[in-house]
Design a protein around this ligand. Structure first.
Ligand code: GLC
Ligand code: MN
Length: 308
């Protein structure tokens, strides 16, 4: 995966995971997986650059945003759920080892009120709400796509002005139901207003990313030592990239491929309520897929009625 990233990015810098390990505050957000977003702090160490714009991996840039580099640290857009805080999915900052050290020391001392980087950075850059309006980016630089976070009439009114869309929240484009044969994504009502933009995400994935994935792309932490139930065409040690590499895009689906996609959809894609580290971890999903594909038809039916 690092090699693939190197094909498109100038620098691919590996960093250590920083984890807040703050289960109590993460529970308030119902997002136990967000402790590792402290890893984001490493961006301050890119001191070969004078100024940077940080983008979450769940953002989609829709228009050129070069003008952001005219802003100062720390510039960000308001968070929709609490506009006196900035959302930390998009921000302008100035790399500095000193700032990195100060923020990490601040984190050790004060923690983060949401257990993730957004709480921490809002505590550290505490005067953002009041000190300097130039540090408030217009919302079009970080538009939250999820309906419960979204003001729908405004979304409709200003959608052509959106520069960066942010799939904040649990339901990500890659977890939605996608038909590999028709190349169409199905969205739930929570995303209906943004269907064409989610389709755009999938079009980019199909045209530019899918062909460079392979099923041996192991994601750290998802490897399993139990290979005994692995179906020969599916590799249960592959992570999300490996799983997505198995989609046969634009081709007529074999019964096996259809079973694979249906299982993916049923167990993970379909639901926004994903427990990445527990029942819905990829290890478990792969085991389930492999077992179902290997089971005799009668067992499959019994299992489907039993577990649905
Ligand atoms: C919000 C932000 C995201 C951040 C997370 C944890 O979801 O959008 O960027 O990582 O909070 O603080
Ligand atoms: Mn995000």
């Amino acid at each position: 995966m690092r090699d693939r990233l190197k094909d498109v990015y100038n620098i691919v810098q590996e960093v250590n995971v920083l984890d807040s390990q703050d289960a109590a505050n993460l529970a308030l957000l119902s997002r136990p997986e967000l402790g590792v977003t402290f890893t984001k702090l490493h961006c301050w160490r890119l001191v070969q650059f004078e100024k940077c714009v940080f983008l979450d991996a769940d953002t989609l840039v829709l228009q050129n945003c070069d003008e952001l580099f005219e802003r100062e640290e720390l510039s960000a857009a308001p968070d929709v759920s609490w506009p006196d805080c900035f959302n930390s999915g998009v921000f302008v900052y100035k790399p500095s080892v000193e700032t990195f050290t100060q923020i990490t020391e601040f984190a050790i001392k004060n923690g983060s009120f949401d257990g993730g980087d957004q709480g921490l950075l809002n505590q550290y850059f505490a005067d953002w709400a009041t000190a300097d309006i130039k540090k408030h980016l217009p919302f079009v630089y970080n538009v939250t796509a999820y309906a419960s976070y979204c003001y729908l009439p405004a979304f409709k009114q200003f959608r052509d002005k959106i520069k960066i869309l942010h799939f904040a929240g649990k339901l990500k484009p890659w977890l939605l139901q996608f038909n590999s044969e028709s190349k169409q994504v199905s969205v739930s009502s929570d995303y209906a207003h943004a269907k064409d933009l989610i389709q755009l995400w999938w079009n980019i994935f199909c045209d530019k990313v899918h062909q460079s994935l392979s099923d041996n792309m192991q994601t750290q932490g998802t490897a399993s030592s139990d290979n005994s139930t692995t179906h020969k065409s599916f590799n249960n040690e592959a992570g999300l990239a490996g799983a997505l590499s198995q989609l046969q895009i634009g081709q007529q689906r074999s019964p096996e491929q259809e079973a694979y996609e249906n299982l993916m959809r049923r167990q993970c894609w379909e639901s926004g309520q994903i427990d990445y580290s527990g029942a819905d971890s990829f290890d478990n999903i792969w085991k389930k897929i492999s077992q179902t594909l290997e089971a005799k038809p009668a067992e499959k039916e019994a299992d489907q009625t039993g577990s649905s």
